[in-house]
Design a protein around this ligand. Structure first.
Ligand code: CTP
Ligand code: MG
Length: 244
């Protein structure tokens, strides 16, 4: 039987070989800081919702055979309407970690490599998706894209007084898609269920297991859309033909 993880580009791509690659796109957040009248993932950007931009770029990488979009419970029908056929849709959870876990449960158990991607990073280029998958296939079991921090970073006390300046040289601002050996991410999430507090990214859960995580070069277009200003800038970028 040909499962969804085998169908499509993954099976055909020579760079992926026999490995099955699945991607969870988390889109179940409210988008409180954006403040739109609908969840952030369903806000329009140049004629298409953010989640559609994200899923299209994942599919365009040509290395992903199964995509699961995780959306708010009230948005399942709308998601099925706006997403390409073949993209599965499931309901998310109370926080990002719970939404990722819901997506992981829907992946084929024959999946070898899992990507986790934020719908909010909807312009992350397909080339970045391919680079993360390649690094996992090269043997790195947890891979995150990251950018050097260019601003000077200060430590402050609760009153805003500077306590010190952080050496920014070893700092990286990490993005998605993050890539993992399926077995490792499943174990990290199973472990996280027992732990107190949730991690803000999936690599954080893998770090708690004491497993190594590799940072590969990120991309400025993989910046997260958080505020109205971020959305406006993304609109300019799309109309200028960036990130398509
Ligand atoms: N996310 C999710 N399920 C949640 C919370 C967040 O799937 N319960 C997803 C969001 O849809 C987003 C990604 O995680 O694609 C990153 O989260 P963030 O940028 O914080 O989005 P929101 O939580 O929607 O925004 P805000 O924090 O401003 O409310
Ligand atoms: Mg949030």
């Amino acid at each position: 039987v040909t499962g969804p993880a085998q169908a499509g580009p993954a099976a055909a791509s020579p760079s992926v070989g026999w490995q099955r690659v699945g991607c969870v796109v988390v889109a179940a957040g409210d988008g409180r800081r954006l403040g739109a009248s609908r969840p952030k993932a369903f806000v329009d950007l140049a004629g298409r919702p953010l989640v559609r931009h994200a899923v299209d770029r994942v599919l365009a990488s040509g290395v992903v055979g199964q995509v699961v979009a995780v959306v708010g419970a009230g948005w399942l029908d709308e998601a099925r309407r706006v997403l390409p056929t073949g993209c599965q849709v499931v309901a998310g959870g109370i926080d990002r970690q719970a939404s990722v876990a819901a997506g992981l449960r829907s992946l084929s158990d024959r999946t070898d490599v899992v990507l986790v991607h934020d719908a909010a990073r909807c312009l992350a280029p397909s080339g970045l998706v391919g680079q993360v998958v390649s690094a996992v296939l090269a043997g790195h079991r947890a891979v995150v894209p990251g950018l050097a921090v260019t601003d000077t970073v200060k430590l402050v006390d609760p009153d805003g007084r500077v306590v010190g300046t952080v050496d920014r040289e070893p700092l990286r601002a990490v993005q998605t898609p993050q890539g993992f050996a399926h077995e490792l991410l499943a174990r990290a999430h199973a472990d996280a269920d027992l732990a107190v507090g949730s991690a803000t990214d999936d690599a954080g859960l893998v770090e708690r297991l004491g497993e190594p995580v590799l940072v590969v070069p990120g991309h400025w277009l993989a910046r997260k859309i958080t505020t109205a200003a971020d959305l406006q800038l993304a609109g300019y970028l799309v109309s200028a033909g960036e990130g398509s």
